[in-house]
Structure formats: structure tokens, C-alpha cells
Design a protein around this ligand. Sequence first.
Ligand SMILES: *Cc1c(COP(=O)(O)O)cnc(C)c1O
Length: 372
Amino acid sequence: MPGTINTVQSAMPPFEEYVELIRPLWETHWLTNMGTIHEQFRAGLLGYTKADNVALFCNGHHALEVCFEAMGLGTDGRKKVITTPFTFVSTTNAIVRSGLEPVFVDVKPDDYTLDPAKVEEAMDEDVCAIVPVHVYGNLCDDDALEAIAKKWDVPVLYDAAHTFGVTKDGVSSACFGAAAMYSFHATKTFHSVEGGAVFYRDEALATNLRQMKNFGISSKTEVDSISGNAKMSEFHAAMGLLNLKYIEDEIAKRERVAQRYYERLDGVPGLKVTKPNPGIRSNHCYLPVLFQGGFGATRDEVWQSLWAQDVHCSRYFYPTVPEYKCYREKYDASRYPVAIDISRRVLTLPMYGALPLEDVDRVCDAVLGARR
Ligand SMILES: *Cc1c(COP(=O)(O)O)cnc(C)c1O
């Protein structure tokens, strides 16, 4: 009986290297609040991405919330944020929890990112920002989105949670827009167990970002804003710093895994393998495949069949955000037919650097064997 194949497996640096890195903490007792390793990690991230500035957070979700707060979104009365229904619920929750109003716009059928033509139609005087989501390891149409944003004088703030290590024509996704949020959660290609970051363009945001992840504290005796706590600890920064050392290695291994999937599944009737767009170097955070009429089994039949064979896989994203209980009374999901359609047909298959190619073959056999 072959063993379980998981959908993801977190990359781990050598144990001894981690121990060596955290050893000094037993002398300094400085465990969080922007310590030495936190600063090393920050410098490492700027070196790797070539971005201008970065602030670190306890996770990606709070990074996004603090980013909105630091930019003062909504404070001038404009509350609408253009965003996508095809995302992890975190993106929308961050918008709503910040007192802002999501305006869902449908996605493109080819890469599932915000459709610029539909963004254009949704723009008005009440919009204060565009929050697109890079999906799976592909990037949004940044040129078109940023041109619209420029016309309306609003910032583009990317949810780049999936895309650490992704480049377009050699430029890191951290360098796009006014800011880009990353999740360093254990399930992502690059992680610090839990963690997140905001890469940003305008140096003037530094003070707000620093204070607003630390209760709004501005000095020993002063608090400037009613903010929460979203700081990254030294133990998380240490994991991030070491994983950064091995990130290219991890992406190269995932590339091998992806190529094997492409060899086995590309061209199968009724099955679409979603590949990176031209010019994109993907980090292969996920391996999404789409099922169409003519495959011989529905997405849900394949999903069920794989789990029955101990091959774990995800219907990700399914359902779309406006379909969740907390949103469906207010939003009519049928207005986003492309997002709905993709969410019914997409399956993300097991993907991680350490996944043996024999296991990829077992996954592919199971997918193809699900056909009637
Ligand atoms: C993972 C993820 C987040 C949230 O990140 P956390 O670090 O888990 O808080 C937000 N948006 C998207 C698209 C994600 O995939």
C-alpha cells in the first residue's frame, strides 16, 4: 500500500543551521521587537528582491491590514477597494476589517487575475485603491492595472502572497505597485513558519508601518494611532533568513516537479495545465489544472478519486469569496461568472520541492485513471 502524498510539504533548512542562528538569543534574551535576526532578514529580502523598502509582520494577513492602515485608506471618505472574488478569503477580510468596501471585479479566463477591462468599468470617485491578487505563481497584468490606477490617482496594492521569488522579465514581484504584501506561511514556496512582509515604494511609509504593527507606539510615552500588534519574532525571522538562503534551490526543485507534471498532463483532452505567462519566472507555489468537458470526469470526481487513493489535493480557490456565508447576503456571486467557473473546475495537485518524481507519476496516473 503506497503512502500518503500531501498537497504541500514545508521546506526546512538544515536543523543545525537553525540552531546555530538562534543560539545567541540565549545570551541576548532579545526575542522579538525588531531584533538582530529580524534586521538581517530584512536586509536579505531587500538584497534578494532589489526592492526599495520592506517591513516584516507576524503573517501576511496582518501585513495587508497594516498596509491599508499605514496608507490611510478610507480616511478621506473614499471607501471602495477594487479587488478580486478569486482569492483566499484573507484579502477580502483585510479590506472589510479595515472599514473599507470591496468592489469585486471578475478575473481573466487565462490566468485568473483581475481583468483590467472590467476594473476600468468599475472605477469611480469613491475608489481609494486597487487590490489585485497574483494567482498561483503567475502575475497580474500590472501594466494595464497600474495605468488605470494612475489615471484615477489611486495606489495599486498587490496581494502577492503566492509569489515570493516570482519575477517578470527579471524584476521581482516585490517591485510592482505602491506596495506588495507577501505571506511567509508554512504552506507557501518561501516561508518563516508564520510571517509576512510589505514591500513598498514610498520611504515616507516607514514610520507608519513600524508604529502600526506595534500598537501605534511612537515613543516611550506616546501612542499615535489605535493599532494592533503584528510584529515578527526572532525565531520566525531566523527561519525566514535560512529559507532565503535556499530559496533558489527550492524553486529549482519545484521547476523539475512542474516539468514532470507538464510532460505527463499537457495535451490530455479536456485537461488544461496552467503554465506561467511569457516572461514570468514562476515559483511554482501551486500546480493548478483545469478540467473541461471531454476529460471524462468532473473536477469533483477527480478530487474524490485522488483522496480515496491517499493523494491529497485542493479545490483552491473554491468557492469564491462572495459565496461565503459572511459575504453572500451582500454580494451576488453570479456577477463574476469567470471566477465561479474556474473555481468549479480547478484542482491544485501536490507540489513541493522534495516531492519525488515517482510520486508525481502516481498523482498523474491517479488523475488520468479517474476518467470513465
Ligand atoms: C496565504 C495567503 C494570505 C494570508 O497569508 P497569511 O500569512 O496566512 O496570513 C493572503 N492572501 C493570499 C492570496 C494567500 O494565499
